[in-house]
Ligand binder design. Structure first.
Ligand code: PLP
Length: 232
């Protein structure tokens, strides 16, 4: 098969990924962080190690601020719906994926948030910094697509992060297309929130992704549940 849909999910995965999934299902295969027997502790340790490795790749100082999800879309929804309040103001771009635009459109209707879009160059899709700079004051959150799956344009997040730092506006990065492929430094780029796919550039199996939230920011959970008395 000649595969041309790598922006949707990477294929084939490295043989070690298939082996790790097989080993997990046949040798451990129990829930993480929900038991104190040997296999449960081992699975929890593997999940912890994975979080630590991701924290290293993205230069995140506290790996406990990373959570796993089923994909980037779930991470984006958790961040936007957990952070934006009634009448919040968002600055974003004309280059966003539906995984960002649909939750934002939902929040316009349900919470009365306002969304303004900074433009991009018509051919390549690079952010118009002047327009971004002009429209950012007063925003509660900036939401930026790191790389477009349509045009392939990779935005200058270092520059965007500097503008957000100066304006004291938290930056959310949609790193679906770049995590595992393109360098991301959460500290240097001043990223407060980030959602990423695990099943694209990070080469994980389908159905995995995650998100990051800055230690000083609290968001409301999208999904409630879990086990134990203090596991939210
Ligand atoms: C820029 C961008 N954001 C978000 C997504 C959604 O990613 P996922 O499939 O992991 O939910 C994609 C997928 O194509 C994407 O290209």
């Amino acid at each position: 098969m000649i595969y041309l849909d790598n922006a949707a999910t990477s294929f084939p995965k490295p043989p070690g990924v298939a082996q790790a999934v097989y080993d997990h299902i046949t040798q451990l295969g129990v829930s993480s962080s929900r038991g104190s027997y040997r296999a449960a502790i081992e699975v929890s340790r593997i999940a912890f190690d994975c979080r630590e490795k991701l924290a290293e790749i993205f230069n995140i100082s506290d790996s406990s601020r990373l959570a796993f999800t089923i994909n980037a879309t779930a991470g984006i929804n958790t961040i936007l719906k957990g952070y934006l309040k009634k009448n919040s103001r968002v600055i974003t771009t004309s280059m966003e994926h539906n995984a960002v635009m649909r939750p934002l459109n939902y929040l316009i209707k349900e919470r009365g948030i306002s969304v303004i879009k900074a433009g991009a160059s018509p051919k390549e899709g690079y952010l118009d910094f002047e327009d971004f700079q002009k429209k950012i004051p007063g925003a509660d959150l900036a939401v930026i697509n790191h790389a477009s799956n349509v045009s392939g344009a990779i935005q200058d997040i270092m520059k965007i992060g500097k503008i957000c730092r100066r304006e004291k506006i938290p930056l959310m990065l949609d790193a679906a297309q770049t995590a595992g492929i393109y360098p991301i430094d959460v500290e240097k780029m001043n990223i407060s929130f980030m959602a990423f796919s695990g099943h694209k550039g990070l080469m994980g199996p389908t159905g995995c992704g995650g998100f990051y939230v800055d230690p000083d920011i609290k968001i409301d959970p999208l999904i409630h549940g879990g086990t134990g008395s203090n596991s939210e």
